[in-house]
Design a protein around this ligand. Structure first.
Ligand code: NAD
Length: 352
């Protein structure tokens, strides 16, 4: 990889390499863009096959955070940190050392918990720096907020694609009945939607069937159902060359991260099939909105007001995508870049 060329192409402001001997630590912090505010992004610990793979992950995920925050209209920028380590070897000292690195950046980067970190690990980081969120569950966890955003996103997609302002009688298939998926089912049921659900856990499907009268299907059946909406709330990369040909639903709107296996190819395949796709990082921004509000002082009313914006933002994205013949992912990026450019102009004017 040509490091500076890659960083320049992707538009990163800064990449920091943190290393130490005692304890041994190797971490990369990528700060993509701070036009809207300090860079925010959780820390992932992963035994990457090599350093280039770790760097690529940090660069890609931090850029994603910039777009996510801009579309959610919250004043933070995009960042991401990766610690290169085997999860079996993590120690409190490792996280203390990592926390000291975060502190040296002086608030330009604020982090939290991602893959292979526990709330206890985050508490260790917080012993060395205050630039960390999710130390206490000040809000009761992000899932209900994320689910509300997904529910509003489904409503926006149904309005745009099916010209209906209500969900009564609509058939919705939900893949994954975990923290977010179960809350989405609750909201859909309350609105009169008919649910088709799947999960690899039999207990979870049984519970949703009991609570909401959902029809349970096998995991491999979910994409081929003749329903109005598919809401992926389990895994990433589930929209791919194998699943897209099976899909009959006109709308895909769900919480899972990185749903398109290949953004360009599979985004276009969905357009070609006339399927409206709600970009995952826009519809699932409730989690980010939640941690941002934990940071500034949690006010539930404000949180849900910010989540309500997901509805209008998605309508704007769908409209752009249809008027300019873009995939919805491309339209979302364009909207984010417009908002970032506007913020930069305001900053420049303030300096003149
Ligand atoms: P979770 O782990 O609580 O739930 C995931 C569920 O998916 C589990 O019940 C699991 O059994 C099920 N599952 C796994 N493989 C499956 C398969 N092949 N078929 C059907 N079901 C399967 O996770 P969550 O917090 O509910 O998050 C769901 C998705 O939303 C994830 O992709 C997550 O990254 C994303 N997301 C979550 C939040 C949040 O606030 N929790 C925020 C943004 C994005």
């Amino acid at each position: 990889m040509n490091l500076f060329e890659t960083v320049q192409e992707m538009g990163h402001e800064q990449v920091l390499f943190c290393h130490g001997q005692d304890p041994e630590i190797k971490a990369i912090i990528a700060i993509h863009d701070t036009s809207l505010g300090p860079a925010m992004g959780a820390t992932r610990l992963w035994p990457y096959v090599n350093e280039e793979a770790a760097l690529r992950d940090a660069l890609r995920l931090s850029r994603g955070m910039t777009y996510k925050a801009a579309c959610a209209n919250i004043p933070v920028g995009g960042g991401k940190a990766v610690i290169i380590a085997n999860p079996e070897n993590k120690t409190p000292e490792l996280f203390r050392a990592y926390g000291r690195f975060i502190e040296t950046i002086n608030g330009r980067f604020i982090t939290g918990q991602d893959v292979n970190l526990t709330p206890q690990d985050v508490r260790e980081i917080s012993k060395e720096t205050s630039y960390v969120v999710g130390v206490e569950e000040r809000s009761g966890g992000p899932a209900p907020v994320t689910a509300k955003g997904v529910f509003l996103g489904i409503k926006a997609a149904v309005k745009f694609r099916l010209q209906s302002t209500h969900l009564e009688g609509l058939q919705v298939a939900v893949q994954g009945l975990g923290n977010v998926g179960s809350n989405v089912c609750h909201l859909l049921h309350e609105s009169g939607a008919k649910l088709f659900v799947t999960d690899i856990s039999k207990e979870k499907t049984a519970e949703i069937k009991r609570q909401f009268g959902a029809t349970v299907v096998e995991p491999e059946e979910i994409f081929s159902l003749e329903v109005d909406v598919i809401a992926p709330c389990a895994l990433g990369a589930i929209l791919n060359s194998a699943t897209i040909p099976l899909i009959q639903a006109p709308v895909i709107a769900g919480a899972a991260n990185n749903q398109l296996e290949n953004e360009k190819l599979h985004g276009q395949m969905l357009v070609d099939k006339g399927i409206l796709y709600a970009p995952d990082y826009v519809i699932n921004a409730g989690g980010l909105i939640n941690v941002y509000n934990e940071m500034i002082g949690y006010d539930e009313e404000k949180v849900f007001q910010q989540v309500d914006n997901i509805y209008d933002t998605l309508l704007e994205i769908f409209d752009r995508s249809s008027k300019q013949s873009l995939t919805t992912n491309e339209a979302a990026k364009q909207l984010a870049e417009d908002r970032i450019m506007r913020a930069r102009k305001v900053k420049t004017l303030a300096l003149v």
